[in-house]
Design a binder for this molecule. Structure first.
Ligand code: PMT
Length: 418
C-alpha cells in the first residue's frame, strides 16, 4: 500500500546477538520506500560493523553523542527531528531499563528523549532476563508512555534456552511500521462519500428508515482522509463523531442527500463512494402535524426516491470513478453485478446483510468487490481495516487508469472515467 513511501525511520541498534536481523529489516524498510538512518550503541558495534549498516541504509551510521564531525553534518537534535518513527531493535534489557528511567547518556537514548516521533521497541534477551520482574516493570512503564512494543517472539534462543525473548522477525517489524502510517495514495484527490441511513418523515414524530449505523461510510471517510484525499462525507442521521480532516454535511432524507451530493460534486471530484443505505421510498406527503390514531389500520402511500448514485454516475461532468455498495440477502454477486451495470458504476461492493455479524450496525464486515472483470471476496475484518483495503483498491483504479484527470466544470465530459 506504500505507507512507508518517503517516511524517515531511525533504527537504534543495541548490543545483542539478534542485531544481525537488522540488516534485513533495513532492506525491507528501504524497499517499501522509507529513508533509514541507523544509530548503533557501543555494544551493537561488537556484533556488527557500522560499515555494514551504512551500506544497507545508504546513510552514515551515527554512533557518538559527542562527535564533532557528525554534529557538523546532522546533529543529534536534527536527527531526532528528522524521524517520522524511531525503532530500537534489538532492545536489550539494559536499554529498556535506561529508556524507562529517561536516561540520556548516549546518542541512542538521547535521541529517544529528543524525538517527537513515535517510539517502537523490539526487545531481545535471554528468557529469564525477559521474565524478570525488573524487566517487566520497565516494560509496563514504557507501554504506559505509549511506546509500541514489538515481540518478543518465543522459541529456542542463542544461549540454548527455550522461551520468550527472541527478537521479532524483520517482516514483523517492517509490517508494524507499515501499518502505523496511513498511506497517501489519494493525495491530491477529491472524494465524496455517503454514509448512514436516510430518514423519510411520515409526520413530525415518525419516519421510514433502516438499520444503517454509518460505521462503514465513516470508516471509509477516515481511510480516505488518512490516505491524503480532500474528503467530504455526506451523512444521514447517525450518532458518530466526524473523523479528523473530513468535512461533513449532515442530511436527513434521500432528497436532501441527493441535493448535498450534487452541490459537493459541482466541484469536480475524482471519486464518489455511495455507502449510504438510501431509503428507496418515502411517504408521498409528510404530514405537518402528528397523525392521530384512528381505526385499526393506516394506509401509508410511498413514492420512489431519486436514485442518488445513478444520478451521480450519469451527471456531467461525472466523478472519475463511482463506487457503489449493494446490500443483498440472496444471490449476492448476481444481484450486485446487475445493480452495478444498471446504475453505471465502475465498481460495486456487495454486502451480505442477512448475516448478523457483518453488514448493518456491526463493527466488522466482509464484502465482495465486483467490477467489469469479475468478483473478488474480501474476508471478514473490522470496518476500519476494510475501509483501508477498499480505499487502497480505489486508489489502484487511478494508479492503473490513465483517466484520472479531473473533468472541468461546464465542459462536456463524454468519455471520462468509465
Ligand atoms: O452503516 P453500517 O451500519 O455500517 O452498514 C453498512 C451498510 C450495510 C449500510 C453498507 O455496507 C451498504 O451495504 N450500503 C449500501 C446499502 C444500500 O442501500 O444498498 P442498495 O443495494 O439498496 O443500493 C445500491 C447502491 O445504490 C448503494 O450504493 C446505495 O447507496 C445507492 N442508492 C440506493 C438507493 C437510492 N435511492 N439511491 C442510491 O444512491
Amino acid at each position: 500500500m506504500g505507507h512507508l513511501q518517503n517516511r524517515n525511520i531511525i533504527i537504534g541498534v543495541t548490543g545483542g546477538i539478534a542485531a544481525y536481523k537488522i540488516a534485513e529489516t533495513i532492506r525491507l524498510l528501504r524497499k517499501s520506500g522509507a529513508a533509514v538512518r541507523v544509530i548503533m550503541s557501543r555494544g551493537a558495534q561488537a556484533f556488527m560493523t557500522p560499515l555494514t549498516l551504512q551500506s544497507l541504509s545508504g546513510n552514515p551510521v551515527h554512533t557518538d553523542l559527542l562527535d564533532e564531525t557528525a554534529e557538523m553534518g546532522m546533529g543529534h537534535i536534527e536527527l531526532a527531528r528528522w524521524a517520522d518513527a524511531y525503532l530500537i531493535a534489538p532492545a536489550t534489557a539494559d536499554t529498556l531499563a535506561r529508556l524507562a528511567m529517561g536516561r540520556a547518556d548516549d546518542l541512542l537514548t538521547t535521541t529517544a528523549l529528543a524525538t517527537p516521533a513515535p517510539l517502537f521497541v523490539a526487545p531481545a534477551m535471554n528468557q529469564q532476563m525477559w521474565s524478570n520482574t525488573a524487566t517487566q516493570a520497565n516494560m509496563r512503564i514504557l507501554e504506559e508512555r505509549g511506546i509500541t512494543v514489538l515481540g518478543p517472539g518465543h522459541g529456542t534462543q542463542a544461549c540454548g534456552d527455550i522461551g520468550a525473548g527472541r527478537l521479532a522477525e524483520p517482516e514483523e517489524m517492517s509490517a508494524a511500521l507499515e501499518d502505523f502510517f496511513p498511506s497517501r495514495e489519494l493525495a491530491g484527490k477529491r472524494v465524496v462519500i455517503t454514509a448512514g441511513p436516510t430518514l423519510e418523515a411520515i409526520d413530525p414524530v415518525r419516519f421510514v428508515s433502516n438499520h444503517s449505523s454509518g460505521k462503514m461510510g465513516f470508516a471509509l471517510a477516515q481511510a480516505a482522509a488518512e490516505a491524503g484525499a480532500d474528503t467530504v462525507l455526506v451523512a444521514g442521521p447517525v450518532t458518530l463523531a466526524t473523523p479528523p480532516n473530513v468535512r461533513r454535511v449532515d442530511v436527513q432524507s434521500a432528497e436532501e442527500m441527493l441535493a448535498a451530493c450534487l452541490a459537493q460534486l459541482a466541484t469536480p471530484s475524482h471519486l464518489f463512494i455511495g455507502s449510504a443505505a438510501v431509503a428507496d421510498y418515502r411517504p408521498v406527503v409528510a404530514a405537518n402535524q402528528k397523525i392521530k390514531k384512528s381505526g385499526e389500520s393506516l394506509q401509508l402511500e410511498l413514492v420512489r426516491n431519486p436514485d442518488i448514485i445513478a444520478a451521480v454516475a450519469t451527471m456531467s461532468p461525472r466523478p472519475v470513478k463511482v463506487i457503489g455498495f449493494a446490500a443483498e440477502t440472496e444471490h449476492m454477486v448476481d444481484h450486485a453485478q446487475a445493480k452495478r451495470k444498471a446504475k453505471g458504476l465502475d465498481v460495486i461492493v456487495a454486502n451480505d446483510v442477512s448475516r448478523k455479524d457483518i453488514g448493518f450496525d456491526s463493527d466488522s464486515n466482509a464484502v465482495t468487490w465486483i467490477d467489469g472483470s469479475g468478483a473478488e471476496s474480501i474476508p471478514m475484518t473490522s470496518k476500519k481495516n476494510l475501509a483501508r483495503i477498499l480505499v487502497s483498491r480505489c486508489a489502484q483504479l487511478f494508479a492503473e487508469g490513465e483517466d484520472d484527470d479531473l473533468p472541468q466544470t461546464g465542459r462536456e465530459s463524454g468519455g471520462i472515467g468509465h
